[in-house]
Ligand binder design. Structure first.
Ligand code: SF4
Ligand code: SF4
Ligand code: SF4
Length: 251
């Protein structure tokens, strides 16, 4: 599979949030008003102005000492994006895929879609709408940088090497190799997204211990009733066309 991908090794992430700030800076996104809500995770959630967020969880380690679990969250740039499927009817051209990188990009045409439809279609709970305007936003894979030979701003900034970016095939190999290296230390370790995403997370423990949407089976959860019916309808239309061609040939 061609295009680009991120490999995020959470075993190297220190929760410094440099990537979160770099994303704001490059995309010229305003700061979000924060509050003490009992966690170092700040802001509390993704928003129209926050495309990248380090999610914090604290668990008890084997030696009864607390251990931090950090999860860098962003759009996974699905290879077959459920959000794009959801936008097809109401807002054609509202979500496009960049041909060079595979990045999933939102355009102004997405305004015509119902924001709730797009949000619900995303199995990773990523897209966010701007209050009062109908515009929606999320991570762009920094295509403006990548298509000019630069790394995404978040990857460029990461001081520990937790984030890598490059050709998808190379990132798959890197993720598998690194998984093999950490297995003796973290027997429950796994890599998410290798089959159907462009963001792979190496997690040292079960995904749910990091975040509810850390790893999701995108087929059943991403396909709502409307989408499923449309797929069935398209298949029936194809069958009907084939039947008409065969009928012409034999008559
Ligand atoms: S993660 Fe969500 S917003 Fe991103 S491409 Fe997939 S469905 Fe769309
Ligand atoms: S790729 Fe760019 S837009 Fe996406 S999270 Fe990283 S810095 Fe933000
Ligand atoms: S910059 Fe790197 S180490 Fe810091 S929070 Fe982001 S991914 Fe983790």
């Amino acid at each position: 599979m061609s295009g680009k991908a991120f490999f995020i090794d959470t075993t190297l992430c220190t929760g410094c949030r440099g990537c979160q700030i770099a994303c704001k800076q490059w995309n010229q996104l305003p700061a979000t008003k924060t509050e003490n809500w009992g966690s170092y995770q700040n802001p509390k959630d993704l928003s129209f102005y926050t495309y990248k967020l380090i999610r914090f969880q604290e668990h008890m380690g084997p030696d009864n000492k607390p251990v931090w679990y950090f999860f860098p969250d962003q759009c996974r740039h699905c290879v077959e994006p459920p959000c794009l499927e959801a936008a097809e009817d109401d807002a054609p051209g509202g979500i496009i895929i960049d041909s060079q990188t595979g990045a999933v990009l939102y355009t102004d045409k997405l305004k015509k879609a119902k924001a709730a439809d797009i949000t619900e279609a995303c199995p990773f709970n990523i897209p966010r709408a701007q209050k009062g305007t109908g515009y929606m936003s999320k991570c762009t894979m920094c295509v403006d940088r990548v298509n000019n030979g630069l790394l995404p701003a978040c990857v460029k900034t990461c001081p520990t090497g937790a984030m890598s970016f490059g050709d998808r095939d190379k990132m798959v190999d890197m993720a598998k190799k690194r998984l093999g290296e950490v297995k003796s230390k973290y027997p429950s370790a796994e890599v998410t997204g290798l089959d159907d995403l462009r963001v792979f997370h190496l997690l040292a423990d079960k995904p749910k211990k990091y975040y509810e949407y850390a790893s999701v089976d995108i087929v059943p959860k991403g396909m709502d009733r409307k989408m499923a019916l449309r797929k069935i309808g398209n298949s029936l239309k194809d069958l009907s066309k084939e039947w008409q061609i065969i009928h012409k040939l034999v008559s």
